[in-house]
Design a protein around this ligand. Structure first.
Ligand SMILES: Nc1ncnc2c1ncn2[C@@H]1O[C@H](COP(=O)(O)OP(=O)(O)OP(=O)(O)O)[C@@H](O)[C@H]1O
Length: 257
């Protein structure tokens, strides 16, 4: 894979360190519902990981714990080696804004703002100056350069998702977390969005974790982790759709990784 903007900035040490790691993460909700059970995973920089699981498996909870939006009740989450749980609220917010990109149904765009204002909002909130080379690459790769003056509520769903991806990438995060980003799109537009996400990994060296219940979407990834009832029950390297369909139908039968 070519790495257009990926490697030069990071030190050798930074590139070896996982972009994201979960160590025996548990999540029990106040009502006693145990949603995550000792989930451990490590995501290498510049890789595409899919989290595949049915509705209720715990995918959103896992991504929210990884993003520092929710706190695990056990275990640790590390972003580039920094344990989120060890940070005070101010530093956690800063890490979230600078190092984590999130595309999620619960993390919508501001409809009355232009695409440009939506995309650059994270930078303004964290007082960062845009890295112009990176910004140009993000706009080009996401196909949003021609949409900048448009209000996002005037855009079709597929273009809105592209703006959401650009916004999540603008601060050059260590990891992009995408929760069912193609869920509301028609098949053709969903395919284009997944192609775009895979291209971010191949072309920009972006690290990506995609949560989905769709085996076809998960087959774009370098590796798929199959989640069932809050546990990772299968790991597949370079998964095919057929393998993922089998795993999704009967978790724990298709383990290869
Ligand atoms: N705040 C909460 N309190 C209690 N239970 C919760 C809470 N949030 C989520 N849950 C439960 O946790 C489980 C996992 O939910 P989660 O949204 O993480 O799953 P998911 O795999 O992302 O599902 P979907 O694909 O439908 O979004 C579900 O059974 C859900 O009802």
């Amino acid at each position: 894979m070519s790495r257009v903007l990926g490697g030069a900035k990071g030190t050798r040490t930074a590139r070896r360190m996982p972009a994201l790691a979960l160590e025996r993460v548990d999540k029990v909700h106040p009502g006693g519902v145990r949603v995550l059970r000792e989930v451990s995973l490590s995501v290498a920089p510049g890789t595409f990981t899919a989290l595949l699981g049915p509705s209720g498996a715990g995918k959103t909870t896992l991504l929210h714990c990884a993003a520092g939006l929710d706190s695990p009740t056990g275990g640790r989450v590390l972003v580039e080696g920094t344990e989120i749980g060890s940070l005070n609220e101010t530093r956690r917010t800063e890490l979230r804004r600078r190092r984590i990109g999130l595309v999620s149904p619960s993390y919508g765009l501001f409809p009355e703002l232009s695409a440009a204002d939506n995309i650059t909002l994270p930078l303004r909130l964290s007082g960062q100056a845009p890295d112009r080379v990176w910004l140009r690459a993000v706009l080009e790769r996401t196909g949003t350069a021609g949409l900048l003056t448009r209000r996002t509520d005037e855009l079709p769903a597929g273009q809105r998702q592209r703006v959401a991806v650009a916004r999540a990438l603008v601060a050059r995060p260590a990891v992009l977390l995408a929760d069912e980003p193609a869920g509301s799109l028609d098949p053709g537009t969903a395919h284009e969005l997944l192609e775009l996400l895979a291209d971010l990994v191949g072309g920009l060296g972006q690290t990506l974790v995609l949560a989905t219940h769709d085996p076809v979407s998960a087959a774009w990834a370098d590796r798929a982790l199959v989640l069932a009832e809050g546990r990772i029950v299968d790991t597949l390297e370079a998964p095919t759709t057929a393998e993922l369909v089998r795993c999704a139908a009967a978790p724990e039968t298709g383990r290869r990784g």
